[in-house]
Design a protein around this ligand. Sequence first.
Ligand code: DC
Length: 229
Amino acid sequence: MIVAIDGPAGSGKSSISLQLALKYGFVYLDSGAMYRSVTLACLKNGVDVYNEAEVTRVAKESQIEFLYDQDGKQTVLLNGEDVTGDIRSSAVNAVVSVVSAHPSVRTALLDAQRAYGQKTSVVAEGRDTATTVFPNADLKIFLDASPETRALRRIEQNKQKGMLDDPDALDFEKVLESIRKRDEIDSSRAASPLKPAEDSIIIDTSPLTFDEVFSLISRYIDAFLVQQN
Ligand code: DC
């Protein structure tokens, strides 16, 4: 089964997708972490993020691996180096939308993303997993929430990740502004913009708790699995 969950930054899709993958024993694909890793590789190597050819070269040369422990704690390796914290830094947040707007960077990462769905069931999460990566996904969900709700959630997440020495990561106005800016770039780009697929189920999570969203999507997955058996 392929479950594709898209939505803007802070809509709750990462934690929901990861927990669904753990519950059902599906593989979890965090496509945003791939764009973040390429962005970090550019920043580390002094590559101009606006230079599409150079960024594409970095994307092709980057080896990105994900490890998960039994609680679902993620470790991201970039060319063998642990970059789990660094890919969530404000520096990466500030330019990841520039990197992910380059069409040839997206193409360079597409095969690796699709490979996840070839062998096993997967919960794929990002901006275009239902529209471009897995257009034939069995279940497509688009999670949305107001920018203010998303900013508050992102701050909470950053606190839990221990980003206490990054003041920008905990400042409401700054996080809100960064979310609005990324929404704007992600939605208006030509290549695979952030938008629900025609057959996506759209869920506004603003008034809902994590558990409510989780059990709602679980019911859709259960219904699909029952139908298959
Ligand atoms: O979900 P996230 O915040 O980790 O995503 C980081 C950036 O990557 C986000 O600004 C948009 C981009 N992205 C994308 O363009 N396509 C995806 N499938 C996933 C993320």
